[in-house]
Ligand binder design. Structure first.
Ligand code: AGP
Length: 372
């Protein structure tokens, strides 16, 4: 009913709008007065977490994209090697697991069969499994050694939005917690990240306030067949997620690429007026990547692409090459997917509407995939 949708036309719109609160709720009660993390629910003893020599993340779809982003944070903050694998591929390749592997299973529903089978396989090999889940008491957390709930509230729309952002926050918390427990780099840098995380809800809110031009752009592209997405570093999984949203909702051919791979093949796809969304890394810090992506934008534009550029406020270098420019607030690099993903969600949702598609219940899809 309309009341259930909180006055929005679709659950998806409501859930997109709920994201600032959802990411704040994921942090709630997990940071103490001294700025340290208190993840009591992670019932894996600190002594065991200190021994972890490998983190393996398993998930499907959007949750897998959260895992891809988590890898950057986990390896950077903890220096523990981290692998991310599609749950449906994981157990069939006889993965190397042991008592010192920490397996993280990410699932909104907690009922995804592929992810469940992957975690069962991991436990059979003696690994500890930590679930990151949104649904209290569902199967995946019940079968795991520990669970960190995302507290996003019920997600009804088939296309995942707020669950994704909160999965990211939960992954950051786990990464920081591992750092805290192990004493790796624990100190000012990690405390600063926790402070930045506490600000992120406001940044997401600001993105949501500036989405009208994105909706307008989406409507103008309703007749297109293909949209490509490019990103680099943590922007690469964001590009994959933007493409997945568009497939699910707009039933359009959409692909995400690592921008550095362009010249290894995908650039052959560029043709006159092809919309290409580019998620631009911050010009601060990793400016090398920023400069490289600006060259990519120039290259595809010279070949006729219509460039839709998602770039940080104050990034002036992209302006001459952006046919459409979407601004996102300045955030720390590793946290930037929390703001960069939002315009892509709005874009896909509006395109679905413009194409007359059912937003909350896309064809052929189920909210949770409980078969292998
Ligand atoms: C996301 O928009 C999708 N509907 C889908 O990829 C989903 O993320 C995937 O099926 C995993 O679901 P889960 O998080 O409930 O395990």
């Amino acid at each position: 009913s309309a009341a259930e949708k909180g006055g929005y036309d679709y659950f998806m719109l409501k859930e997109i709008a709920e994201q600032p609160k959802a990411v704040a709720d994921t942090l709630l009660g997990r940071i103490d007065v001294s700025g340290a993390l208190t993840l009591d629910e992670v019932r894996i003893p600190a002594s065991e977490l200190r021994e972890v020599d490998k983190v393996v993340i398993v998930a499907c779809g959007t949750a897998f994209h959260a895992g891809l982003i988590a890898k950057y944070a986990i390896e950077h903050w903890t220096r523990i090697p981290c692998e991310v694998e599609l749950a449906s591929e994981f157990r069939y390749r006889d993965p190397i697991l042991g008592a010192r592997s920490l397996v993280i299973a990410i699932s909104q529903s907690g009922e995804t069969m592929d992810t469940l089978m992957a975690l069962r396989h991991a436990r059979e090999q003696g690994s500890k499994v930590l679930a990151i889940c949104n649904t209290n008491g569902s199967t995946i957390p019940r079968e795991s050694d520990a669970v960190l709930y995302t507290h996003a509230g019920p997600e009804v729309a088939v296309a995942s939005t707020k669950a994704f952002l909160t999965q990211l926050v939960a992954c950051y918390l786990v990464a920081l917690y591992l750092g805290q427990v192990r004493g790796t780099k624990w100190g000012d840098e990690i405390r600063a990240v926790i402070r930045d995380l506490a600000q992120i809800s406001g940044a997401v809110e600001r993105v949501l306030e500036t989405m009208e031009p994105v909706r307008e752009l989406a409507r103008s592209l309703a007749g297109k067949d293909t949209v490509l997405f490019l990103g680099r570093h943590v922007g690469y999984p964001v590009a994959l997620e933007g493409a997945l949203k568009l497939k699910e909702l707009a039933y359009m051919h959409a692909e995400g690429f690592a921008a550095g791979e362009l010249k290894h093949g995908p650039i052959a796809l560029i043709e006159e007026d092809l919309p290409v969304v580019v998620v631009v890394p911050s010009p601060r810090g990793r400016s090398v990547l920023h400069d490289k992506i600006v060259s990519n934008i120039q290259e595809i534009r010279a070949r006729g692409a219509r460039t839709i550029v998602i770039a940080e406020e104050g990034d002036e270098a992209v302006v001459p090459y952006a046919d459409h420019l979407v601004r996102i607030p300045v955030t720390p690099v590793l946290l930037s997917p929390l703001v960069a993903t939002v315009p892509l969600q709005v874009f896909a949702c509006e395109l679905a509407t413009a194409r007359g598609n059912e937003v909350d219940q896309p064809r052929n899809l189920a909210k949770s995939v409980t078969v292998e």
